[in-house]
Design a protein around this ligand. Structure first.
Ligand SMILES: [Zn+2]
Length: 211
């Protein structure tokens, strides 16, 4: 087998060079996408922390107003918010009478030996409500069943600032026994944690579920 002549060697070298450059470009592209994803995740974490720590952007009450900021959208997804943290949009977005009633209940619960009392959810953005509904559909299989627990952004009392979810289970159990003293009612038989302001003289029987 005779040796390759010089032009043939050059052609092979060029082809190899081109292939190498292609590999480098693809590699750089993948690297960039990975970094970009990582950056987005980190940013999300930071903004949620900043707001949770009490930055006073707190215009949770964005109902019917401008689109909530990214920080507010992230913060309302917190599932352990102190009922007195009025810088938090999940608390500041509640209707004032409901917020005050929940705070009175939290004070009384502490006096009566309930160690932990927080909001697992308060005011929600429409976006968060939709995300919860999407999750519930995945969990329960159909929209019809999911709606027993999670309402739509249009119908949710949370989006209207008219409902607060209490946690942990021990606090919710205390609320089931005591909420009416503070003008709060458990709305649904299948949700020990969900409370709304009482409308009449007495709390009605809880509905079976959110449908
Ligand atoms: Zn609720």
């Amino acid at each position: 087998m005779r040796e390759l002549d010089v032009p043939a060697r050059t052609r092979i070298a060029r082809s190899l060079g081109a292939a190498l450059i292609l590999v480098l470009i693809i590699g750089a592209g993948i690297g960039f996408l990975l970094l970009k994803d990582k950056g987005a995740t980190n940013d999300g974490g930071r903004s949620a922390q900043a707001v949770g720590a009490g930055s006073s952007s707190g215009s949770g009450k964005g109902r019917g107003q401008a689109e909530p900021s990214e920080a507010v959208k992230a913060a309302v997804r917190d599932t352990r918010v102190g009922p007195f943290d009025e810088s938090h949009p999940a608390v500041s977005g509640l209707d004032a009478p409901l917020r005050k009633a929940v705070q009175q209940a939290a004070r009384a619960a502490a006096e009566e030996g309930v160690g932990d009392f927080w909001l697992t959810s308060g005011w929600r953005t429409e976006e968060y409500q939709q995300a919860l509904l999407n999750d519930a559909v995945k969990q329960h299989g159909t929209l019809r069943v999911a709606l027993r627990w999670v309402k739509t952004p249009e119908t949710s009392e949370h989006v209207h600032g008219a409902a607060a979810d209490v946690g942990p289970a021990s606090a919710a159990a205390w609320m089931t026994r005591n909420s009416e003293r503070f003008g709060l009612c458990r709305t649904y038989a299948n949700e020990a944690w969900h409370y709304e302001l009482r409308e009449g003289d007495a709390c009605p029987e809880p509905k079976a579920d959110a449908r």
